[in-house]
Design a protein around this ligand. Sequence first.
Ligand SMILES: *[C@@H]1O[C@H](CO)[C@@H](O)[C@H](O)[C@H]1NC(C)=O
Length: 160
Amino acid sequence: MKIFNAAIFILVLFYPNLSTEWPTHTVCKENNLEIYYKSCDPVQDFALSIDRCSAILTNTFNIRAAMVLRHSIKELFLSLNLIINGKSLLGYKQTLCEPKNPRFIFCGVKKGEHIYYEGPVTLGIHEIPEGEYNISLRLHNEDRLTVACADFTIKNKAKK
Ligand SMILES: *[C@@H]1O[C@H](CO)[C@@H](O)[C@H](O)[C@H]1NC(C)=O
């Protein structure tokens, strides 16, 4: 039963408490726009902030994000799923870091190091139709280990 024991060990190692849920963080809350997120990585939470909700509708806006890295990122991949008003709409994958092409300052960062990113992000969204948007985002490394995982909720309510 060696394999079985190893599986249990890994489970305990990465799921210190199976019932742990990270709190939902509010990124911003304005008149009709609200953005929340929750870490879906069982072993860690992370910090994220932007100046104003409406900033995400400008071409490029600044974010501040901080986390401790649990796994080295020689290579980093992003996968994203978008659900709008309960309907799954989009699955998206992108490579963010490759050894030959480290596109971001955090590419190549080693396990245990802190990442603090303060700088611009370009989403290219100029309008968000009314509704509820759920975005699941997962970053994993070359060994398919989760580097970060988050569920975002964006709510755009009709102006009253
Ligand atoms: C979207 O996120 C909200 C808040 O976390 C949640 O209550 C809702 O069930 C989610 N909707 C879907 C379709 O996953």
